[in-house]
Write a protein that binds this ligand. Sequence first.
Ligand code: B1H
Length: 834
Amino acid sequence: LQEKGLDKQEIQNILIEDARTGLSVEALKRAISNNLFYVQGKFPEIATRNDYYMAVSYAVRDRILKRWVASVKQYLDGKHRVVSYLSAEYLLGPHLANNLINLGIYKETGQAVKELGKELEWLIDKEIEPGLGNGGLGRLAACYMDSLATLEVPAIGYGIRYQFGIFEQDIRDGWQVEDTDNWLRRGNPWEIERRELNYEVKFGGHVQHYTDNNGKFCSNWIPDLVVKGVAYDTPILGYDVNTTNTLRLWKSEAPKSFDFQLFNAGGYNDAVRQKIVCENISKVLYPNDEQEEGKILRLQQQYFFVSCSLQDMLGIHLRQGDKIQDFYKKFVVQLNDTHPAIGVAELMRLLLDKYQLEWEEAWDITTKTFAYTNHTLLPEALEKWDLELFGRVLPRHLELIYEINRRFMDKVTVKFYGDHHKIASLSLIGEGPKKYIKMANLASLGSFAINGVAALHTELLKKTVLKDWYELSPEKFSNKTNGVTPRRWMVLSNPELTALISDKIGEGWIKNLDELRGLEKFAQDQDFQKAWMDVKHQQKVSLSKKILQRLRLRVDADSLFDVHVKRMHEYKRQVLNALHVITLYNRIKHNPDIDMVPRTVIFAGKAAPGYKMAKQIIKLITSIGEIVNNDPDVRDRLKVVFYPNYNVTNAQKIYPAADLSEQISTAGKEASGTGNMKLSLNGALTIGTLDGANVEIRECVGEENFFLFGLNADEVEEVRVNGYDPYSYYNDNPDLKLALDQINDGYFSHLNTDTFKTLVRSLMFDDQYLVLADYQSYIDAQDKVAETFRDKSKWAEMSILNVARMGKFSSDRSIKDYCDEIWKVKPVPVKLKN
Ligand code: B1H
């Protein structure tokens, strides 16, 4: 720099700047040391692993902040249209490695940390992941945030900063036990608290009506509780771009800390209690996946984050000097299922009561703003709010919903005169012993677009749950098949396969997943097949080590890794898989010398704490494992693993090691699935039903590379209509009968016949999810899997072809489709000024 003729001060400035933003090993090293010293107040001799983790993270964050500031400035200066994603869940997973990859400094940081005498992997493994979601829906939101940034689309994700995320699962005596997820206990270097950015949110009380001086009819909501929402921002950096979007999560607090003047001695206790009530709203994530919970606190959570978010958007819009009428041009608001659907009524309230617009104008703006994604057809997941409860929490919104509905019903009654059934079905309010509000109807009416998350799901939506809405407004409907981000789900979690692929076809596929197609021509190449299977083997060895560490169970890395990982749910049919395991076990017991393909069957997944049946299924799996894994007759031919605490961190270790992906839900029940995509992308072959996105995966990879079994959605319906009798399947199939009898008789439960009583009864006499009907077809498909696995070269070829044809399932493709067909937004490349 001296040679370039810069003076001392200028050089000094560059060095300081470099320590904040430089991407070289030297700059990173200096940055990490600086952070350790100046942010943590530590020096190497006394610094803990977490101190180093924090120091590295802050160093990385500095580099992201530079891009973040540039992005926000550019969005505001250019008045660009912005996507606002409203989601009650974001299942982000660990940040550090992902940010290093997206910044392109993984290697450099590894080297810098090494030169400081530590290992980067050692720090990455230590990270506590933010588990602010239940399963697929929350993880989808995280993949979409990654793709939005990578595609350089201006976007804000809004949600809740739960103090406790999804519970930690432990297995004791074979049963699930829950522990709280205190993810913030060591601090969170990835968020920036924005104390100055806060909004008040009202709850309860009553509404006054009056006519103002101009004769205008006005409403005044007098709440009995006011909560403050404080913004916590997490930068979301795209891959290989400067674009850095914002994930803005709201934390609830009491509006003012104790205002002692206002309280007498008795009031003090009330004040403390109020503070706790306020803070409770963002305290904990509801751990139910696809089971609605009609609790007041849940409604408060939904309204809390939606109100903060809409106030924030309106503020951003108006601060730019634009007309309130143009709000929908600035923001398009995507509803991630109905959890934020109250936004429709809230935007109406803000436009009417705060900004004094007329009804028609407010409704016009509102219905041009929102778009709604439906994620499930399961009736138990459809959100309904008891009207009386709703009115107690949100009295003004109840009035508004009545008025929205009154106007809508007027139109519908004319249009469908006499069709009472249809009119009642379209109403926002359900009648019955108790009235209730139908959130899917509020979302559908208030949105200009409605989409399902896989082709089959969207078709079924139009035929069932949203049939009347489809007939009313077919133009609103479209399909947007889910996708997953290849950055986290390949580059980060499977660096070995990433290297092998990039070696053959370059790195373009990371941003343009269709380029994987280039692998097709190597599918039969012997050397490539070998290298491919070597990588898989290496991953299986790694996972085996984890299993040994965690469960003290030895598994054979040469065996077929048969992987069934997802939330525990009856419709996902982990029980069907368990019946197959028992059947394999019985074959061995029947013929101890049987020549069979060795298998390691790996399950993982959390059960909602209140979901008895799902918990019993976990116990069934662990109980089968106890018998099978300890039976000397079995030797190395069969092992059953229940890997505890399935989360993003663990998923990243499991997917790369999978040979076989279990996607065996009852046809018509899984809206899409995304684990199916991640597993296939990592080279697993799928055994699956024609459900959710499986249908499209099979179309893409080719039917010859997919192990299909079971009834399709139409046949499932037909069986039901004709009167399904599970008992007859039990009676007619000796293998199935034996397996169920064993469970029933306590073969796997120390002869305790109570343990699985409800489970067996439910299967034999009810079987909502047609497990018994699909049993034989599943066993046959599994036998075909095993036969195919014997031919290593064939298997490798199929695996390569699977990966080569997964391009469609990148979340980049999903997001492009949303941008073009629903949001009408364009990329805004962000330039860095140096
Ligand atoms: C999905 C949910 C869900 N669908 C309610 N619905 C929840 C519903 O806390 N709640 O009340 C939580 C989650 N989750 C999943 O969404 C589908 O089952 C998957 O098939 C789909 O892939 C995923 C993403 O679209």
